[in-house]
Ligand binder design. Structure first.
Ligand code: IMP
Ligand code: MG
Length: 186
């Protein structure tokens, strides 16, 4: 067994099907397009986890926008961030006076996005909002909520549609729960 079938062996449950994700991403894009009508928007992709969500969201949006990318890695183990964030790639464009929407894969403890919003706010954007595909509010360690959220999910470690475990599983088209035996002992 090879490829996606092999990866699927390690998934205990498909939490969000491809169809459900696509439908919700379109709804988010419609809402954002309405909210930002006539504004100059920078859609910011947080690499690597948001890459698939970002690409689908951007294509479903109907307003003028620029895209930019930021590479973030947080120290911690493969399942949990320490909140100490390293920027491996910064944005190329200035966001001063512009409307920025951060596209992120998941808000868990909230530490990464708390750090990031503080950093980006110091660059004086006209506005700054967060659009997360997934939110695990049970795990929150700081006061932050996404402005746009695709799905609220239970406290389970998920992979697919951009989300990884040790760099893998990002290319699964759905979001699934990773079998605990895959990461226990790591
Ligand atoms: P936070 O700083 O704890 O909110 O963590 C955010 C980051 O942790 C995300 O961008 C993901 O990279 C990672 N993360 C948190 N939960 C999961 C999960 O269930 N699957 C995969 N990555 C996750
Ligand atoms: Mg991530």
């Amino acid at each position: 067994m090879w490829g996606k079938e092999f990866m699927a062996q390690n998934i205990s449950e498909v939490l969000l099907t491809e169809e459900r994700i696509q439908k919700r991403v379109k709804e988010l894009a419609d809402q954002i397009s309405r909210d930002y009508q006539g504004k100059e928007v920078v859609l910011l992709c947080i690499l690597k986890g948001a890459c698939i969500f970002f690409a689908d969201l951007a294509r479903a949006m109907t307003i003028h926008m620029q895209m930019d990318f930021m590479g973030i890695s947080s120290y911690g183990d493969a399942q949990k961030t320490s909140g100490i964030v390293r920027i491996s790639k910064d944005m190329d464009t200035s966001i001063t006076g512009r409307h920025v929407i951060i596209a992120e894969d998941i808000m868990d403890s909230g530490l990464t996005l708390t750090y990031l919003t503080q950093l980006l706010s110091s660059r004086n954007p006209a506005s700054l909002r967060i659009c997360c595909l997934l939110d695990k509010p049970e795990r929150r360690e700081c006061e932050i909520t996404p402005d746009y959220c695709g799905f609220i999910i239970p406290n389970k470690f998920v992979v697919g549609y951009g989300l990884d475990y040790c760099g893998e599983y990002r290319n699964l088209p759905y979001v699934g729960v990773l079998k605990p035996e895959v990461y226990s002992g790591s």
